[in-house]
Design a protein around this ligand. Structure first.
Ligand SMILES: [Zn+2]
Length: 293
């Protein structure tokens, strides 16, 4: 049997077809978040249609959806994600009606954390934290081997306060971690310091060649990330912190600045690593179906 795993991001939709816990087919489509709700929903449907094309529908056991919070994950309602034009949209019902398959929804970073727990560096860890650094910053908390939800939306680690007079954030909490250290924040900082919108990977390449301004962008971004990490360490004292998401390809420069700042501020030393999984969000979303069957 096949399972579909979909990771809905603010910039891209990742979708995979899985068999025996392995991604056998994968593709990425732009989310087109700035084009409104209808366009985004069509992109999601298109992504699923493309990934299951040529497969007999009888052989598909379900569709797992990883979506940004806040959500009512059980009902399948996206309440008001900062980086998507969705306000109280029941995506689960839309996908269920369209494909007539079992659909389970979970937080996108939560999915990535579940994938790390089953297949990645979190495998033998009882308590760890996962952060996705992309368009926004998502958080997944594994506490006592389980994904933590609190009343439903616990673990929105990207929206903790870092700088009280920080830049305006879509979530309403100005100066939150996301608005200071996400992939989007890094691109904006590059524009300010280098005059060009450069991604973390491009900045890392320039910094390695000795470009001081590119290095400064990564240093500032890493510093804010490190402040966030120190807060998480002091609250949770986790065994490990795993970073994943689009900023992954910036490599060690950003990570080292973040670690340095974290060490200055945290009460305990904690290992921080990049994820080694390919598409943990998609893997984790698919694993929702596996767990339910
Ligand atoms: Zn925020």
């Amino acid at each position: 049997m096949y399972i579909v795993g979909l990771d809905l991001g603010g910039t891209n939709i990742g979708v995979g077809l899985l068999k025996n816990n392995k991604i056998v087919k994968f593709l990425k489509l732009p989310t087109h978040a700035n084009q409104g709700k209808g366009v985004v929903i069509n992109q999601i449907i298109k992504a699923i249609e493309l990934i299951i094309s040529g497969i007999d529908k009888k052989n598909i056991s379900g569709i797992g959806l990883g979506v940004p919070g806040p959500c009512d994950y059980k009902k399948g309602v996206l309440i008001n994600p900062p980086n998507l034009p969705f306000r109280n949209v029941n995506l689960k019902n839309i996908i269920k009606k369209r494909f007539k398959k079992k659909v389970i929804m979970e937080n996108d970073a939560g999915c990535a954390a579940l994938a790390e727990k089953r297949f990645g560096v979190g495998k033998n860890k009882k308590n760890f934290i996962l952060l996705t650094l992309g368009t926004g910053i998502g958080g997944g908390l594994i506490i006592n081997n389980e994904l933590y939800h609190g009343l439903g939306n616990g673990g929105e680690l990207g929206h903790i306060s870092i700088k009280s007079d920080g830049p305006k954030s879509k979530c309403g909490n100005d100066g939150c971690l996301e608005v200071l250290a996400s992939g989007t924040a890094i691109v904006k900082r590059a524009k300010k310091i280098l005059g060009k919108e450069l991604k973390a990977r491009e900045l890392a390449q320039l910094a390695r060649k000795g470009n001081k301004k590119a290095r400064r962008v990564l240093e500032e971004s890493g510093k804010y990330l490190g402040i966030g990490l120190a807060n998480f360490v002091n609250i949770f004292n986790p065994e490990l912190i795993i970073l994943s998401g689009g900023v992954w390809d910036s490599g060690d420069i950003l990570l080292n600045f973040a670690k340095k700042e974290m060490k200055k501020r945290a009460l305990f030393n904690t290992e921080v690593v990049w994820s080694k999984l390919k598409e943990p969000g998609v893997l984790g979303a698919a694993s929702l179906i596996k767990n339910a069957s």
